[in-house]
Ligand binder design. Structure first.
Ligand code: FES
Ligand SMILES: [Fe+2]
Length: 392
C-alpha cells in the first residue's frame, strides 16, 4: 500500500471516530519503510525525543552519540556540568565526530584534527593555511562551532528537539509535571538500566503499554497485584496511559524509601503514561521507571529501561536487593509484553489486517495514541529543522 496524503487522511478519519466505530491504523502502517521515513520526519524531527538519562553522562566530558530522525547527534556534559547536544558532524568537511560513548577533554575530529571545546566552540584548525599556520584570515572560528540542537532534562531523562521553534520541553510537559507535582523528582537517583531489542514496530509497543485490557492474560502476576478493577485512564495532549489506585508489587526484601510528603491516596498508586513520542513511564511512591524507545527501522525497536529510586538514602547497599527485585518485576512484565507485541507485529504484516477495533471500555487509550500518530502524519507542521549557529 503506497503512502499517500489521501490514505493518511483516511486513516486519521477512521481512528478519530468515536471509539465504538473507530478503525485503528491498518497493518501496513507498522512495516512499511515509507511510513517509517515519514514518521521520522513528521514525528521524530519535530518532537522532544528522549535519548537517554543524565546518568548515561555523569561526568564532565562524557559524550554519547545518538540518532534522531536519521540525524547523527551527540550529547556531551560540558565544563560547567551542563548537558548539550550537537549535530555529530565536523564543521570542516562533515566527518562524524563521536562514534562511541566515552569521556573527552575536547572533541577532536580524526580527519584533519580540528578540535572543539565541550561547549561546541571551534578551538583549533591545525595547519589550515600551510605547515605551522594554524589560523586562517578568512575563517572566523566563532562562526564555525558545532551546530547545537536543543537539549533539556526532566526526571533525570535527556530530551532533544531538532525543531528550533517547537515549544520548550517544560511547556510541553507542564500538564504531566503538574499532575505529578506531589512527587519531588529532584530526589530521583539512578538505580539500574537494562536493554531490550524488540522485533516489532515501535508504535505497537506503545499502544500495548497504554491499554490494560491484556493484563489478565499476558500478565497474570501483575494482574494479581494491580487488578483492573482499581484502574483508570490518563489523557493529555502529549501523554496517554493507565493508572491504578492500588499497586502492591511483591517486596520480599522490604520497602524502599518513598517520596516524602505524599498524600495517603498516592501511597499505593501507580501511573503509567506513554509520553509522546518515545518514552513509557511508570511512577510509584518509591520509584520511577522509564522505557526509552528507539526505533531501528519499521520492524525493530531498541528499548532501554531506566529504574530510579528515591533519595540519597536509597543508594545505601542495604536497599540493593529490594531495588533489584523491583526492577525485575517491571522488566519481567516487559518481557511478557515483548512476546505478545512481536506476535502483534507479525499479524499486522498481513494485508488482511485492516485496522484494530477497540474495546470501548479499555482501549480508548490505544486509540488516543494511534490518533496522535495519525494526526502528525496526516497534518504535518511546516518542517523547522534548520539549526541555529553555535552560540546563537
Ligand atoms: S572533516 Fe573534521 S577536520 Fe576535516
Ligand atoms: Fe503489558
Amino acid at each position: 500500500m503506497p503512502v499517500t496524503q489521501d490514505s493518511l487522511v483516511n486513516v486519521l478519519s477512521g481512528v478519530s471516530a468515536p471509539v465504538e466505530q473507530a478503525r485503528g491504523l491498518p497493518g501496513w502502517m507498522f512495516g512499511d519503510p515509507d511510513v517509517y521515513a515519514l514518521e521520522q520526519e513528521r514525528i521524530f524531527a519535530g518532537s522532544w525525543v528522549c535519548v537517554g538519562a543524565e546518568d548515561d553522562l555523569p561526568r564532565v566530558g562524557d559524550v554519547m552519540p545518538v540518532e534522531v530522525a536519521g540525524r547523527p547527534l551527540f550529547v556531551v556534559r560540558d565544563q560547567t556540568g551542563y548537558l548539550r547536544c550537537f549535530h555529530n558532524i565536523c564543521s570542516h568537511r562533515g566527518a562524524l565526530l563521536v562514534t562511541d560513548p566515552g569521556r573527552r577533554k575536547i572533541i577532536a575530529c580524526p580527519y584533519h584534527a580540528w578540535t572543539y571545546e565541550l561547549d561546541g566552540t571551534l578551538k583549533k584548525t591545525p595547519h589550515i593555511c600551510g605547515q605551522g599556520v594554524h589560523d586562517s584570515p578568512t575563517l572566523d572560528k566563532s562562526l564555525h562551532g558545532l551546530k547545537p540542537v536543543r537539549c533539556a532534562t526532566w526526571a533525570r531523562l535527556v530530551f532533544v528537539n531538532l525543531d528550533p521553534l517547537a515549544p520548550s520541553l517544560d511547556e510541553e510537559l507542564a500538564p504531566l509535571a503538574e499532575r505529578w507535582a506531589a512527587y519531588d523528582f529532584s530526589l530521583l537517583r539512578f538505580s539500574s538500566a537494562e536493554d531490550f531489542l524488540l522485533p516489532a514496530n515501535w508504535k505497537l509497543a506503545i499502544e500495548n503499554f497504554v491499554e490494560r485490557y491484556h493484563l489478565p492474560w499476558v500478565h497474570p502476576s501483575l494482574n494479581g497485584f494491580s487488578g483492573i478493577d482499581h484502574s483508570f485512564e490518563l489523557f493529555g495532549d502529549l501523554f496517554v496511559g493507565v493508572g491504578s489506585r492500588k499497586v502492591t508489587p511483591p517486596r520480599p526484601h522490604g520497602p524502599l524509601p518513598t517520596f516524602p510528603g505524599l498524600p495517603a491516596e498516592l501511597a499505593e498508586r501507580g501511573e503509567y503514561p506513554a509520553l509522546f513520542p518515545n518514552v513509557l513511564l511508570g511512577l510509584h511512591c518509591d520509584s520511577l521507571f522509564a522505557y526509552v524507545m528507539t526505533p531501528q527501522g519499521p520492524n525493530e525497536t531498541k528499548e532501554r529501561l531506566y529504574f530510579f529510586s528515591v533519595g540519597e538514602e536509597s543508594l545505601e547497599p542495604r536497599y540493593a536487593e529490594a531495588k533489584a527485585a523491583l526492577h525485575k518485576v517491571f522488566a519481567d512484565i516487559n518481557r511478557e509484553d515483548m512476546d505478545i507485541v512481536s506476535r502483534l507485529h507479525r499479524g499486522c504484516a498481513s494485508p488482511a489486517m485492516m485496522g484494530a477495533v477497540f474495546s470501548p471500555v479499555f482501549e480508548k487509550t490505544s486509540q488516543a495514541f494511534q490518533r496522535m500518530v495519525a494526526e502528525r502524519l496526516a497534518e504535518p507542521r511546516e518542517p523547522q529543522t534548520v539549526s541555529v549557529e553555535a552560540g546563537g
